[in-house]
Design a protein around this ligand. Structure first.
Ligand SMILES: [Zn+2]
Length: 194
């Protein structure tokens, strides 16, 4: 058995899809989503998700001042499903997008409804996601405003987007290359799979 190409000490028991080499189990665990750009297809990555601890700090919840209750979520469930699907699709052209990029994009979208101005995020990847998402959301928003729900459309959008930032916060494992949230979306909306 070959030696791990990362530590050069232990046995390379695992084939790392991202590196195209055999690495040891320990390096796989410590470098996963830290220095290794792990693809969705990696079985070790998926397995690790089951044991990922996500200590949630209520104080760090994004936009805590925006109240989202159970009733709102129930009433707006359709919008949530639609937005999550749009967002997942907006992520598809950039398979290297991390949770950080996704969260940067979501924050820009929330700001659009909180501050009322359409800004573009600094990150190139996030900017692309926002652009693709806005194209889809724009059509939907126009339709929604033409209906009875018109006056509430912006409020619904804000609530749903804020909810999405909280879900993303909950999934992000904090590693620099975390794709826990991105992969969660992808597994929820498999039609986006290519
Ligand atoms: Zn190693």
């Amino acid at each position: 058995m070959a030696t791990c190409t990362i530590c050069d000490i232990r046995k390379g028991k695992r084939y790392c899809t991202a590196r195209g080499e055999d690495i040891c189990t320990q390096c796989c665990a410590t470098e996963r989503e830290v220095t290794i750009n792990c693809p969705y297809s990696c079985a070790y990555l998926r397995e690790s998700r089951l044991h990922e601890k996500r200590p949630l700090d209520e104080k760090q919840m994004p936009h805590r001042d925006v109240q989202i209750d159970h009733e709102f979520l129930q009433r707006s469930e359709m919008v949530l499903m639609l937005f999550a699907a749009f967002f997942n699709r907006a992520l598809q052209p950039v398979p290297n997008a991390t949770d950080r990029d996704a969260r940067e994009a979501l924050e820009t979208l929330v700001a659009q409804f909180r501050q009322g101005n359409e800004t573009v995020p600094e990150g190139e990847i996030a900017a692309g996601i926002v652009e693709r998402f806005r194209a889809k959301m724009g059509e939907f928003l126009k339709e929604l405003k033409d209906r009875d729900a018109g006056p509430f459309a912006d409020k619904v959008c804000l609530g749903i987007l804020v909810f999405m930032t909280r879900v993303a916060y909950g999934y992000d494992n904090g590693k620099p290359l975390s794709r826990s949230y991105v992969h969660y979306l992808r597994s929820t909306f498999p039609e986006g799979d290519q």
